[in-house]
Design a protein around this ligand. Structure first.
Ligand code: G6P
Length: 609
């Protein structure tokens, strides 16, 4: 992962680079650095920790320079420290990199034989030396990068400057995102549009393999084979407001409260009085979906949990077989693909390396086609899929995903309804499901009103080390998502089980120190769940039950707390019941004083394997 920004500007680059890095911090935040070029002099500052630590060092001794590169890191090779932070400098070259170079060890040996000495353990320093070695043979920076990328195996997005060529930045991408920001008389490179929104909304998305050279007034794009190409300019719809925190204490809190709007936006113009509208999957979408006989869903993290909910929905209402698998496993497994299977890739960012690689792998496996469910329209997953259905969550900055999940569920519900109708679901049932889905934004809004009770509840978790989450049926993925949120941001060990599995192992863990959180909407499995809860009660476990207002569950006692949520319908209940679990994780983390938006060791967009 890591975030990159670079500038060939008319003004001092460092303040622009630092502002851009702050917008990119979600991609990694264990160290940061920048290098600028003034005349032929390269100057650099790097620091362990967040961008603000590096900024403080820069501000104590600022330096001019209108050409520059900068980086915020999520460590892959080498521990997070100043030496391993980017930019790396070798000879006349400074470079920032997002990705992993797999053949760095053999390249390092070759370069050492030529006399290069290395000061860090990173693959990035090797790449920097490789480019410098090509320049030493008399190449210009652009040609040196074009030559170097031929020798690299792995994934990269890079931005490079050379003290021999003031005013120029060369970038390249393969397997990691990089785009150009087109300014007025100046040009930029960045890992995403968010990094550039403060400067420009004119964006050029580079294709995989592209190499680009930018200067203030010019840019030239090349394919990996060195041929000149043109790529279209897009107007990004991102606004500066959308990436600001406003009155909220954390981005995560803002994003939790944005969910009613985000889900409403996602459903808008896609579902009407008579159900799901035509053509929402694009020009040939319906034609392709008509041939679907089954679905394979691949995703990672929170997106995987959304896929798990969809399996329950699609199998129940459309009666089509669905399998769901984490992308990192799927890509290395010889999955059997029955004829007529659609591959569905779910990804908030659309750049997750495992999901992208799994989708690419699917091309040789004989799928009917691919459908991307994604939040970033210009992302690689979207660009490479046959069909796409975008979530319209707006930028999600908090590393722990919230509004991306509920909007993914909204889109997956649309897919379910489309397939269900196509497969001949009874009209009354279809209409009922559509009405429920249209109620979802309001139902989430009402669920958010539980926050004061959650703030009190959070106190019970502050000093706990473990928690167990239970759910049955399509609420098992909701329990998984609740436990993932808690461990991600509060660092409390949490596990989730389908409640019926409790007696096959996890019950052994239950004692007075183990809070057990159960998701209990009304539904056919409620009575089964109640029996499972008795098993916990009988062992003195502390029960916290999120129950549907319509579910008959005993009132609170000293060892069990019942919190009421109006699910507003069985179909949409997984999305509604996720909300209190997000709030619980958030408030526990706030009380524990963790870094809510940027939890330790994690990053939002995992563009490495
Ligand atoms: C990282 C993030 C998670 C996210 C997962 C998949 O692990 O921290 O929040 O769910 O990646 O990301 P994607 O962008 O593919 O949905």
């Amino acid at each position: 992962m890591c975030g990159i920004i670079a500038a060939a500007a008319q003004r001092d680059a460092a303040p622009l680079l630092i502002a851009g890095l702050k917008a990119l911090e979600y991609r990694g935040y264990d160290s940061a650095g920048l290098a600028v070029l003034e005349e032929r002099q390269l100057r650099r500052v790097r620091a362990k920790g967040k961008v603000r630590e590096m900024e403080a060092i820069y501000l104590a001794d600022p330096f001019p320079g209108s050409t520059g590169i900068a980086h915020t890191r999520w460590a892959t090779h080498g521990v997070p420290n100043e030496e391993n932070a980017h930019p790396h400098m070798v000879g006349r070259v400074a470079l920032v990199h997002n990705g992993i170079i797999e053949n760095h060890a053999s390249l390092r040996e070759k370069l050492q034989a030529k006399g290069y000495l290395f000061t860090s353990e990173t693959d990035t320093e090797v790449m920097t030396a490789l480019i410098d070695a090509h320049i030493s043979k008399g190449m210009r920076l652009r040609d040196a990068v074009l030559a170097a990328v031929q020798e690299l195996e792995g994934a990269y997005a890079i931005a490079v400057i050379s003290s021999d060529e003031p005013g120029r930045v060369v970038g390249a991408r393969r397997g990691a995102p990089l785009l150009i920001g087109v300014g007025i008389g100046e040009n930029f490179l960045g890992s995403d549009a968010q990094a550039l929104v403060q400067i420009t909304n004119k964006i050029i998305y580079l294709d995989d393999g592209d190499v680009v050279e930018i200067s203030r007034g010019n840019m030239q794009i090349y394919t990996i084979a060195g041929e000149r190409v043109e790529r279209a300019v897009h107007e990004s719809e991102l606004s500066v407001d959308a990436v600001e925190r406003g009155e909220y204490r954390h981005y995560m809190q803002k994003e939790i409260f944005e969910q009613p709007r985000a889900v409403a936006n996602t459903l808008e113009t896609r579902i009407g009085a008579n159900g799901v509208l035509p053509n929402i999957f694009g020009v040939n979408g319906e034609e392709l979906l008509e041939k679907v006989k089954g679905l394979h869903i691949i995703a990672c993290g929170t997106s995987y949990h959304a896929g798990m909910v969809a399996k329950y929905w699609i199998e129940e209402h459309a009666r089509l077989p669905v399998s769901v698998e984490v992308a990192s496993e799927y890509r290395y497994r010889e999955a059997v693909v029955p004829e007529g299977t659609l591959l569905v890739a779910i990804s908030q960012s659309g750049e997750t390396a495992d999901t992208l690689a799994a989708m690419r792998e699917s091309h040789r496996r004989g799928y009917l086609g691919t459908l991307a469910i994604c939040n970033v329209p210009e992302s690689s997953v979207v660009r490479e899929a046959d069909l796409k259905l975008m979530t319209r969550a707006g930028p999600e900055i908090g590393v722990a995903s919230t509004k991306a999940f509920t909007t993914q569920l909204a889109v997956l519900a649309l897919l379910t309804l489309h397939l269900a109708k196509q497969q001949g679901l009874d009209a009354t049932r279809y209409n009922d499901l559509c009405v429920q889905l249209q109620r979802l934004p309001r139902a989430i809004d009402e669920a958010l009103q539980i926050e004061p009770q959650i703030i009190k509840l959070a106190e019970r978790f502050v000093h706990r080390h473990h928690a167990l989450f239970l759910g049955r049926g399509m609420h098992h993925p909701v329990a998984l998502e609740g436990s993932l949120k808690l461990k991600e941001i509060s660092y409390i060990h949490a596990e989730a089980y389908p409640a019926g599995e409790l007696k096959h192992g996890p019950l052994a863990l239950v004692d007075e120190d183990m809070p057990v959180v159960a998701v209990a909407p009304n539904g056919p499995l409620l009575d089964k769940l109640k029996s499972n809860l008795q098993e916990v009660r009988a062992r003195g476990g502390e029960l916290i039950v999120f129950a549907d207002t319509a579910a008959h569950i005993d009132e609170s006692t000293t060892r069990s707390l019942i919190l009421r949520i109006d699910a507003a319908g069985e179909f949409i209940a997984p999305a509604v019941f996720t909300v209190p679990l997000q709030l619980l994780a958030y408030h526990v983390a706030v009380l524990r004083g963790t870094d809510v938006d940027q939890p330790r060791n994690l990053a939002k967009s995992v563009t490495v394997e």
